[in-house]
Design a protein around this ligand. Structure first.
Ligand SMILES: [Zn+2]
Ligand SMILES: [Zn+2]
Length: 406
């Protein structure tokens, strides 16, 4: 997916999220939670930053297959071809998404999208940073049929953007549309961890695939959202790595060679016999769920929001313009962005040593000013002064309180 389409869609995302926040303000059960929202958005920004690096290989293979092994010569000027592509891309998405829930190797990346225990429009933007490495495999049949890369990318971006609005609890049912389209109600089921909702409704745009292939479930009561084993962290880097660690540890701990390999291909509930065998998903009620959150002093929250907003602004600049930058510059700025997206979460979770790390991170931002034109160098200097002053104002009292043992 071209990140510049996402930049164009940002005002729509932002306004829709603002509207949802306003509409849910008087309903406590629907209210947004600051840390959860920032956590989801951080996963989304890091995914977009990484996508430019990780999806290149997939695009190259797609283009090679389309140019050298395709069955037909398909023209982007044919309306019929676009209609066919709408369904084809959506069906490939269904297969990719179903595999992402049934094969550990794919689930380890897709799990990120499901980790939020809330369900709102910010959850839609919670995406896995590593998806770009594997998802393209499922779309090679489209290349084989002969659809040009740009044509497929355009339709695929539309497919992904469609899925934004269905992440809401504000829309209940949509009458006859529920038969054909993936709707908020159907997708709420998909995010549910109640046993009867697990691995249901993998649709992108059309719910038809689930209805036809036996993976459909209707929403009879509101699901409990999240993952069966909660992440219990707002750290977007850990969100992307935690399931890989789970699989690695399981693979190391089990004794049979066959099981060590099968761990990576098995469904998520599978466990080797010597580690206790398969897990059953327990029944859960909404009133029983203890959602993860941390109580953070206000100044720390304010500083964390500042760090997040600066990473968001940097992320937008990166997505819009990085294609023309040298590789080393793209890598350096991507690392700073990921570091900042990690940092706000480490601040609110009050990780050990975070203030020393924040000093190092703040200083590491200084050389980036050298890349800017003269007029922007002054603005960058101003940003660095505010960053360091804010850090000092928050960190010094924290350190003093810690040394007094408060
Ligand atoms: Zn899913
Ligand atoms: Zn979703």
């Amino acid at each position: 997916m071209d990140s510049r389409y996402i930049v164009l869609a940002l005002p729509v995302f932002a306004l829709s999220i603002l509207l949802e926040i306003l509409l849910s303000a008087r309903r406590p059960q629907l209210r947004y939670h600051l840390h959860d929202t920032l956590g989801s958005l951080s996963c989304g920004i890091s995914q977009q930053v990484l996508l430019g690096f990780l999806s290149v290989g997939g695009f190259v293979v797609y283009q090679l297959v389309q140019q050298h092994a395709s069955l037909f010569a398909i023209s982007p000027s044919s309306p019929l071809a676009w209609v066919a592509l709408l369904f084809l891309d959506d069906f490939c998405y269904y297969l990719y998404h179903r595999a992402s829930h049934r094969v550990n190797f794919f689930w380890a990346t897709h799990v990120v999208h499901h980790q939020s225990e809330e369900y709102n429009l910010s959850t839609a933007l919670r995406q896995s940073g590593l998806t770009g490495l594997t998802s393209w495999l499922f779309y090679l049949p489209i290349a084989l049929l002969g659809f040009p890369l740009l044509m497929w990318l355009t339709m695929h971006t539309f497919n992904i953007l469609y899925q934004f609005w269905i992440h809401t609890r504000l829309i209940s049912r949509l009458g006859p549309l529920e038969w054909i389209f993936n709707t908020p109600s159907h997708h709420r089921v998909h995010h549910g961890i109640n046993p009867r909702y697990i691995d249901r409704n993998h649709a992108g745009i059309f719910i038809l695939w689930d209805r036809l292939l036996g993976t459909f479930a209707a929403e009879d009561k509101e699901p409990v959202y999240g993952t069966v084993k909660p992440l219990a962290s707002f750290d977007p880097i850990w969100a992307n790595l935690s399931d890989w660690q789970r699989l690695w540890q399981m693979s190391k701990a089990t004794s049979r060679l066959r099981d060590k390999i099968w761990v990576w291909l098995a469904p998520p509930e599978w466990r080797p016999a010597d580690l206790g065998g398969p897990v059953t998903v327990p029944e859960i009620e909404r009133t029983e769920q203890r959602k993860y959150d941390v109580t953070t002093p206000r100044p720390l929250n304010a500083y964390a929001v500042f760090v997040f907003v600066s990473a968001l602004a940097g992320g937008i600049v990166f997505l819009q313009w990085n294609a023309g930058w040298p590789l080393w510059q793209r890598i350096a700025i991507a690392v700073e962005l990921l570091w900042a997206l990690w940092a706000w979460a480490a601040v609110v979770e009050e990780r050990r040593g975070i203030w020393a790390i924040e000093i190092v991170r703040s200083l590491s931002l200084a050389p980036l000013g050298l890349l800017l034109p003269l007029s922007l160098k002054v603005a960058w200097l101003g940003f660095l002064v505010v960053q360091l002053a804010f850090l000092a104002a928050v960190a010094v009292p924290q350190q003093r309180a810690a040394s007094l043992g408060k």
